[in-house]
Design a protein around this ligand. Sequence first.
Ligand code: BT5
Length: 322
Amino acid sequence: GNSIREGLVQLLIRHRENFLSGEEISQRLECSRTAVWKHIEELRKEGYQIEARPKSGYRLVYRPDRVAPEELQPHLSTRSFGQHFRYRAQVTSTQALAHEWAREGAPEGAVVIAEEQTEGRGRMGRSWHSPPRSGIWMSLILRPSLPLPLAPQLTLVASVALSRALKSETGLPVSIKWPNDLLVHGKKVCGILTELRGEQDQIQYIVLGMGINVNVTEEFFPKELKEKATSLAIEGKQTYSRPQLICSMLKELETWYNGYLTHGFEPIRILWEESAGMLGKMITARTPSGEKRGIAKGLDATGALLLETEEGILPVFSSYID
Ligand code: BT5
């Protein structure tokens, strides 16, 4: 099993300039052609891109990188973010693991990353599709001394930081959609999930989850996501190094988080408005008093979205939008 697979990967790497026929592979590895084909399918599921051409055979196009600590260290220039690290090949959700670690006393800046999530989650019980080795599925533990009602601002801090990191690493036009999405060409490449544990009216800790579709190819999006989701690789027509992206994300997150704690929300609010793709557009917010339609005007000083409606300008809170 495993040795055929390793042999296959080695063969494909050594011959990445040309095609290798299924026949030749099966002879060299001393296994059946069916076995070769099965392993190729396995590798594809894990993010390897292997071109198959009738008559010519197989050629390795892309081999996924790993996001293990030893791959990140060389690129990491933060003081605390990412300096404590839990890396897993597969988890249910990095959020779950991060909550556990935070309860055990994980320090601020601790990060959980997995190659694959089997039960990745979004907001309000929704799920997050997290195929192996092609995305960044990461949770960051924060321990700000802030009053509870300010917690939603951290989602906005994160969207500003992440949009800057993704823009500078890829050059793609990344825009922010309130409250927790990043889009490229109108499709979602990143979702942010802020979960918190509070005590009385103080934040005890926050788990900031982020999912970024990096090298996900079209065939790995389920049908219901094809219309609304995309990846950096699809939009940029090239693959990107996940370790490098992660380090850039952590650097921007650390900078803007510390800036926010020192200088407050106003600088973030201004940057947010500069990167928001939805200002001036008509949107619908679902609030406890019914649906409100209006034009998105900007953010108020607390981080609520200002909606110009028939009843005047209304602040809309993030929990009312989906
Ligand atoms: C979010 O929720 O956008 C927050 C997603 C956070 C995911 C990260 S990954 C690391 C950490 N561990 C976790 O378990 N979660 C966090 P929401 O705004 O509720 O959007 C969810 C919706 O986005 C789904 O209902 C789908 O329609 C769509 N969706 C699911 N997977 C997607 C993907 N990979 N790319 C784009 N859209 C997706």
